[in-house]
Design a protein around this ligand. Sequence first.
Ligand code: NCD
Length: 356
Amino acid sequence: MDRTSLMTGIEKNWEKFLSMPVSEKLPFFSRDSKIYDCLFAQQFDRASLSHIFSVADTLRTITKNKEGMDFAGSLLSHKRAMLYFVQPSTRTFLSFLNACHILGIKTGEIRDTSTSSELKGETPEDTVRTFSSYVDMIIMRHPTPNFVEKTAWLMNRTNRPVPVINGGSGKDQHPTQALLDVYTLHKSFSGEIDNKTIAMVGDLKRGRTVRSLSYLMKNYKNIKLIFISPKEFAMEKDILDFLKKHNIPFYETDNFREGIAQADAVYMTRIQDEHDKNKESAGVDISSFEFKTEHLNIIKKNAVIMHPLPRRSEIDPLVDEDPRAVYWRQERNGMWARAALISHIFSVDGQILKHK
Ligand code: NCD
């Protein structure tokens, strides 16, 4: 689809656009049959995932020396990006910032709406539209579900669209976290994600990372999912319906020990109490959903323990010493996976793969 037909074809009413099935919206967020705005985990298919992983692997190899780093830093030195992160972030922000710098992209940032004209009464929509007057890409994290999608929709209806990347939107989606999570599985299991059993633990109801990761599982064969949570924080029906539709078997349990013992990957998460409206989390006992050193004896010998971080008490820091704990590697993988994604969006991924 070319730009003109995209602009005329795009639904002009936001509420109507929002209510369309994701599969029907994807063309508006793609260019040249590939991702342009990265908003949903459903945008990745098996081929694009494996391509992005190869680019990430190549990039990390070639940047081990100055010549390679200079090459990578020249690829997008003509581009500028805005990081609009108005919700707390350490890893996602820093890994995107450094991913941009690896590729030579110059960056600006807003991390607090009190420093922008939103304080003077400007709408968030007008604020983000302003960015596209100055930069070539917007990477954003926002507390309001669907706001990142709304930004991309808005941009695509202007005559100066720029790609928008979702760095976490409310409790809805976190597609690039899912990308780095699967990249971590890929590296941990020597490229073999098929046939694995993955246990997701904690606040599955409001954890956007586990929601996005569940969507990505449709790209692999014979995956089994175990959702381990207190019943108050069980996985939402929309995800369970998606898994049923794609014939991905899952079961839900509150038995932590039994669940993790069967898993090839144990994906721990924290309680997302920033979404509490009436202190819902306060009454829930999560002590039996915490990974302690004693649990190292019951998980499989080749299992991996993951966490999007930040952690609270979900994983005892003593567990970090076990070689199966991969969460610190996982956060570093995020920078490379994000750099690879950005190189793909700006079509310099081919140059990376060709570099000797
Ligand atoms: C996650 C997030 O922000 O959703 N963190 C991250 O991006 N690494 C998970 C969390 O905050 O619990």
